[in-house]
Structure formats: structure tokens, C-alpha cells
Design a binder for this molecule. Structure first.
Ligand code: AHG
Ligand code: MN
Ligand code: MN
Length: 332
């Protein structure tokens, strides 16, 4: 298929029968990702790959690109009158949109730059986003309303800044993958109705934390690395990029299972990943693509958060593997 024959993002969005307000919201998110892709690509030249003098609510030192990407997202999303407020990994409190229409009912939660530890090494990083719909418009959106609308996630996606800039998106009907055409500056459809194979021989976990794993996770990984003569009777491969976006994207390409589980180290009980802008959007995408997403003991998407930046254990990907891990959590 020639580049000019490919479907553009706007056409795809309208084909999803997404309402015009959601189309507008998602187009502003896509425009943010396009801007961030450009800034990420130029970061080594502009000297913005390093750390800033600031820390986020988790006490993590922010990279300059974390802050730059956050500012791009906030500035761009303010332009959509349908976005009432935002939640950003890089901002402690809820961000109101002063330019929102009275009828605005969307809250966009985002991780403006995921995988920041990879910036200096030029490895793949990304942006993750989740669109929540409030039960009713509010002139001043309350944090409580955002937390209550977490299960009312109507769209989710991520941009992956790698050799190509990809945009992976769902409004609940299918998962589609777009590539940014750097010549034309537009996202063009590569694949729709992406499906995650139910079986896999590849897992993604940070092995350095093995001593902190729950028994179920330890048991599962031991089974996997036992290979052909072990209980799984097949060899497994392992990948860990350190960018959730890159590690999760692999699931949509060839299946697999991604684990950032609960850790027994101080502060690790809920793992590392944040629910509103990492776990919840990725769980939505994976489930729409036929995969599964669990904390180990329950569905990620049934979590009712009580804080904007709360963490959640994340085990998601090929359905059969996730179910095996849930069974191990319930029996060990
Ligand atoms: P962020 O850069 O937004 O803080 O996210 C980093 C996350 C996630 O992308 C990745 O899966 C995980 O951190 C890697 O954690 P470890 O460095 O502990 O492996
Ligand atoms: Mn992240
Ligand atoms: Mn981040």
C-alpha cells in the first residue's frame, strides 16, 4: 500500500463513531505527541536530555524533557474546549482548564514522558494518556469526581518515540496503530483491530527485584526459565526496556506478558506504576485487543482510586499467561 493510500487519524476517529467532542480531544492529544516527538528528537542537540532541579510528587528527580513534555501537553490540551481538567504525572494537583466550555466533561490523565531513565541512552520512550468522562460537567472539577470517573475511561493510548513515532489508540471498539509521517507531519493508519495472541513465550520483568517478588511471580518466572524440561515444556525469552510504552507495545506486535508486580521492598507494595496514567490506560488497550490485565489478585480496571497518583501492581498481556498468574496468586 502506498503512503498516500493510508487512512489518516481524523478519518479513522470519525469511523469509530466517536462523538465530535472526543474526536477533538484526541486530535489535540495527537498534536501534543507530534510536538513532543520533535522535541525528543532534538533533545541531544538542544541540551535537554539531562535532569532538572525539580522533583515530582513521587520525589523522583524530573528530567528536563519530563517538564518540557508536560508543558506541551498542558498548553495543547487547554485548546480543546471539551477537556475540563487534566492529571499529569509531573503535577501534584488536578489541572483545571480555564478555557473549557461549560459542557466540558473529559478529564485527560497523562504521563507526558514515560521511560525517562532512557533519555540519555537514546532508547525508546513515550507518552501515555487516558480520557475519562465525568458523570456531569463541573465548573471547577473536583478531584473526587475524577477518581470516581476512573472506571468511565472512554479512550486510551500511547505514543512511542522510537525509530518511528507510533500512536496506538482505542476508543473501546478496536486498537489501531498509526505511524507519524515525518515528511507530511500526519499520523497514518498502519493496522486496525490489533489482537494480542492468547499464548506467548516471552515475558518482561525487571529481574533485579527478584528478591522482592510475591511467591506467585517467583513461581511463574522459575517455571518460565526452566525451559523445555520444566513444567511449561518450552523455552521463554525475556525483554526489559525500562519504558513501559516500549515493553507494552511489544505485546501488540507479538504477544507476551509484562509484569511490574507488588514488591516487598519499602514503598513497593503497589509496585511502581501509577494507576490513572500508566496502569489504567494500558489495561484498557490490552483488554480491547483481547489480552488481560490484572494486579495479580483482581482486574486493574476495577480499581477505585482514592488518590490521583496512587500506584497499582501491573501484570498484563497474553490472556493465558495472565490467567495462569492469577491462579498462582490465588493458590500460593
Ligand atoms: P516514568 O519514566 O514515567 O517514571 O516511567 C518509568 C516506568 C515505566 O516506564 C517502566 O516500565 C518502569 O518505570 C521501569 O522501572 P524500573 O526502572 O524499576 O525497571
Ligand atoms: Mn511512566
Ligand atoms: Mn513519566
Amino acid at each position: 500500500m502506498s503512503v498516500s493510500d493510508r487512512t489518516g487519524l481524523a478519518v479513522w476517529l470519525k469511523s469509530q463513531a466517536a462523538d465530535v467532542a472526543l474526536v477533538d480531544c484526541l486530535q489535540h492529544i495527537a498534536a501534543s505527541c507530534k510536538k513532543i516527538a520533535h522535541l525528543v528528537a532534538r533533545a541531544p542537540l538542544t541540551g535537554t536530555t539531562g535532569i532538572s532541579q525539580q522533583t515530582n510528587i513521587q520525589g523522583e528527580t524530573q528530567k528536563q524533557l519530563d517538564i518540557i513534555s508536560n508543558d506541551v501537553m498542558v498548553e495543547q490540551l487547554r485548546l480543546s474546549p471539551h477537556i475540563a481538567a487534566m492529571v499529569s504525572e509531573e503535577v501534584p494537583d488536578l489541572i483545571q482548564n480555564p478555557d473549557a466550555a461549560q459542557s466540558a466533561r473529559f478529564v485527560v490523565c497523562f504521563d507526558p514522558l514515560d521511560g525517562s531513565s532512557n533519555i540519555e541512552t537514546n532508547a525508546a520512550i513515550g507518552t501515555i494518556f487516558s480520557v475519562l468522562e465525568l458523570d456531569a460537567p463541573e465548573a471547577e472539577v473536583r478531584t473526587k469526581s475524577v477518581l470516581q470517573s476512573a472506571s468511565n475511561q472512554i479512550a486510551a493510548g500511547y505514543a512511542l518515540y522510537g525509530p518511528s513515532t507510533l500512536l496506538v489508540l482505542t476508543t473501546g471498539k478496536s486498537v489501531a496503530i498509526f505511524a507519524l509521517d515525518p515528511d507530511e507531519g500526519v499520523f497514518l493508519l498502519l493496522e486496525d483491530h490489533v489482537n494480542i495472541p492468547e499464548q506467548t513465550s516471552e515475558f518482561a520483568i525487571n529481574m533485579a527485584y527478584q528478591r522482592f517478588w510475591e511467591p506467585a511471580v517467583s513461581n511463574y518466572i522459575v517455571q518460565c526459565v526452566a525451559g523445555e524440561t520444566g513444567p511449561r515444556k518450552k523455552a521463554f525469552n525475556m525483554r526489559w526496556t525500562g519504558s513501559m510504552v516500549a515493553d507494552v507495545h511489544r505485546l501488540f506486535v507479538r504477544g507476551g506478558i509484562f509484569l511490574y508486580p507488588s514488591l516487598s521492598k519499602p514503598g513497593g507494595a503497589k509496585g511502581k506504576l501509577r494507576f490513572l496514567y500508566e496502569a489504567n490506560p494500558m489495561a484498557f488497550l490490552v483488554e480491547v485487543a483481547g489480552g488481560a490485565a490484572t494486579t495479580g489478585t483482581g482486574s486493574i480496571r476495577l480499581i477505585e482510586p482514592d488518590r490521583l497518583h496512587q500506584r497499582a501492581p501491573v501484570i498484563l498481556g497474553s490472556k493465558e499467561e495472565v490467567e495462569l498468574l492469577e491462579n498462582l496468586h490465588h493458590t500460593l
